[in-house]
Design a protein around this ligand. Structure first.
Ligand SMILES: [Zn+2]
Length: 357
């Protein structure tokens, strides 16, 4: 288990750390156990939860409050391919509540995706790369589009360069890339893969596919949906064995009906059935997850043969670094975005900017 840590917080920052209790001077707050204190979780792939929908203007603020109970202190509201007006409306309103988890940028899952790997999304909203459209989307966004999921095999190296020059981290996903296409994309500057194993060509020993390229390249950041449904235990563990904990990015990929009672819901032009932990289309295909970040951390410990410290890293420092943010970590001087967990890694208290939320 992790050593118990005591932290002093003042003016929104961590000002001291100690293995022994610290006396708080006036104006400071001492945060300590019992339990595990860690940097707050950062969810870089989330569409909604408990009915709140990133695509519906006004919903990101209540979503930012909802996420606190998971120990999430920062997130990238994730928009999906949609008609341009809908996309612009969602982007322009993607602002959090000042008391909630911080909006650290936006993840655009599309629209430059492959109709051959649509996942649950209706492919009619997928588009060929279009620089003017991209510029319009970025200009509309209330917070910068920091991460973009692309079918990189449909982009030229120059187009990839253009997007990266605008400060965007590119993530290969909803892709029909072959093994060779995927390696070419990584060489061209794609540094991340969206929901590893899902919505991409799987591994075959004579055609290794995008999954084979990811397993071959331990320097690429890999999103993993550890809800127990999207990826089985062995492939999750095999992926983790090909890279350091810093290259596994735990995400929820949760969708608006997540956390809602069992029943039928509508989202992104589809009918979704919620049944306990699973959310599926009427065809039975998985349609996003009902996962929370804290549950992902616990399953990482169970499934990936990693320490609690490594699992916590996959939910906080790794996602931050993967999108070009300072990874932070629990040290003096960082923003006091913290989660206090019980010994079984259930969140007990979340602080954003040094304030208990
Ligand atoms: Zn998604």
């Amino acid at each position: 288990m992790l050593p118990r840590r005591h932290v002093l917080v003042a003016n929104g920052r961590v000002t001291a750390l100690s293995a022994t209790p610290i006396h708080a001077p006036p104006g400071a707050l001492a945060v300590d156990g019992p339990g595990v204190l860690a940097q707050g979780f950062v969810d870089t792939h989330i569409h909604g939860r408990r009915g709140f929908d990133v695509m519906r203007p006004g919903d990101v603020a209540p979503l930012s409050l909802e996420l606190l109970s998971q120990g999430v202190t920062g997130f990238l509201p994730t928009v999906v391919a949609a008609p341009s007006d809908d996309l612009s409306a969602a982007l322009s309103s993607a602002s959090g509540d000042p008391r909630g988890a911080r909006v650290l940028g936006i993840h655009a899952e599309g629209p430059f995706l492959s109709p051959d790997q649509p996942g649950m999304f209706p492919p009619d909203a997928f588009r060929d790369y279009d620089r003017a459209l991209w510029r319009d989307l970025q200009a509309a966004a209330a917070s910068p589009i920091r991460l973009m999921t692309v079918a990189a095999e449909r982009l030229t190296p120059t187009q990839i360069d253009d997007l990266r020059a605008d400060g965007v981290t590119l993530s290969l996903g909803h892709t029909n890339a072959s093994y060779e296409d995927a390696l070419a994309a990584f060489d061209a500057g794609v540094t991340r893969v969206t929901h590893a194993y899902n919505a991409m060509r799987g591994f075959h020993h004579r055609e290794p596919g995008a999954v084979g390229a990811l397993l071959d390249r331990g320097d690429i950041d890999a999103e993993l949906i550890l809800d127990g449904l999207h990826v089985d235990r062995a492939p999750a563990r095999i992926l983790a064995a090909t890279r350091t904990s810093g290259r596994i990015v735990l995400v929820s990929d949760s969708v608006p009906p997540a956390g809602c009672p069992p029943g039928d819901y509508a989202w992104a032009g589809r009918r979704l059935r919620v049944d306990g932990n699973s959310i599926r289309l009427p065809t039975g295909r998985l349609a996003g997850s009902a996962l929370t970040m804290d549950a992902a951390v616990r399953r990482a410990v169970d499934w990936l043969d990693v320490s609690p410290a490594a699992a916590l890293y996959m939910a906080s420092e790794a996602p931050r670094a993967s999108v070009g943010l300072d990874p932070g970590g629990l040290r003096t001087g960082v923003a006091a975005d913290l989660v206090l967990l019980d010994p079984r890694l259930h969140p007990r208290m979340t602080l954003v900017g040094g304030v208990v939320r």
